[in-house]
Write a protein that binds this ligand. Structure first.
Ligand SMILES: [Zn+2]
Length: 346
């Protein structure tokens, strides 16, 4: 799963500049600028940047991935999959779906809506907590994420900043013709909530009970301050996610089961074992659910050893924390089905 808390290094001021400012200086290489990692402070990252530039160029020439809206100068960090790219993308999704849903009796599928009401994200805590704290340097006006600098501006060395402002990462829009507060809607920032809010529906219609999982593949949207590295970090992205619900006392067992299971899947795809490693998540990398329910030592992710890119694979979170959080805010019916499940599993 693409983790909420895995974020970038310092925010560069040009990355948060308003689009209207950028339009004034649209150049042919605008798109390419954003594709190349910009933190080329060491020789290694320069080399990495060159490699990335070659990959981006190759993907375009061969018809895999094009910069989006390229004939209009491109649109920041969005990409279109070309004739070959779309096949590649479908193959990956189909392979995952077949393995995670179609071949398993204990996992069912779901395809939830992208547009969602504020109440949902209020209940999940995203409205209040899915934010980055931003500050402006009073010396050079560069903008930074407060938690990524040590009280000193990395650009000019000043220690004077504006008060931090919470920047919510959710894309906000309006449903219907009137743009007032009553019509506010959000593009989902994750697929997981679709599984949680449909938990009671799935339970009732499939007669499943824990341990069982709900899987989903679909687009999510996050207004990242520093999208970068080509398709590895974008504001609009596809998630393949499975939430597996287990009786709390079996959590460890199932967590380890899924780690092994997913690791095996990568080997089956032809990735060499020495190119894969399991890595412990640091505390600040854990998603909300993870912080609440998983011991730190249990929160790990599959990650390619050869790169620093996060593996956007299934979630192995194993508790009902999110569910109980939502049940407090929503209907009695959901509460009842939850307490039935929890009671049964205790
Ligand atoms: Zn500064």
């Amino acid at each position: 799963m693409r983790d909420d808390a895995v974020r970038d290094d310092a925010v560069r001021d040009d990355a948060v500049r308003d689009d209207s400012v950028r339009k004034d200086r649209v150049r042919k290489d605008t798109v390419r600028d954003e594709n190349v990692p910009q933190d080329a402070s060491s020789r290694d990252s320069i080399r990495g940047g060159e490699v990335m530039e070659k990959i981006v160029g190759l993907c375009k020439r061969r018809g895999f991935i094009f910069p989006s809206a390229e004939i209009y100068g491109g649109f920041r960090s969005t990409y279109d999959y070309g004739p070959l790219g779309v096949n590649l993308l479908r193959n990956v999704k189909n392979a995952w779906w077949e393995e995670m849903v179609q071949r398993r009796a204990d996992v069912v599928g779901l395809d939830a809506a992208v547009l969602s009401p504020p109440r949902l994200w209020e209940a999940s805590g995203h409205l209040a907590n899915f934010t980055d704290p931003l500050v402006d340097c009073l010396g050079c006006h560069a903008r930074w994420r407060l938690d990524k600098i040590d009280g000193v501006c990395p650009k000019c060395g000043s220690d004077q900043f504006t008060e931090p402002r919470a920047f919510n990462l959710m894309f906000k829009t309006h449903a219907g013709p009137v743009e007032d507060d009553g019509a506010v809607a959000y593009l989902r920032p994750e697929t997981a909530q679709g599984m949680f809010v449909n938990f009671a529906n799935v339970l009732q219609t499939t007669r499943k009970k824990p341990p069982f999982g709900i899987a989903q593949i679909g687009k999510s949207f996050r207004n990242e301050i520093t999208p970068q590295n080509f398709v590895f970090r974008t504001r609009e992205f596809e998630q393949m996610e499975m939430e597996y619900f287990v009786p709390p006392k079996e959590a460890d067992e199932w967590f380890n089961y899924w780690l092994d299971e997913r690791f095996r899947w990568y080997l089956g795809l032809g990735i060499r074992e020495d190119e894969l490693r399991l890595r412990h998540h640091e505390r600040d990398e854990l998603s909300r659910c993870g912080v609440a329910v998983l011991p730190l030592s249990k929160a790990r992710e599959l990650e390619r050893a050869s790169s620093t890119y996060e593996c956007t694979d299934s979630d192995v979170s194993t508790s009902m924390y999110c569910l109980s959080l939502i049940s407090r805010a929503t209907s009695i019916r959901l509460r009842e089905s939850l307490s039935a499940v929890v009671a049964e599993s205790e």
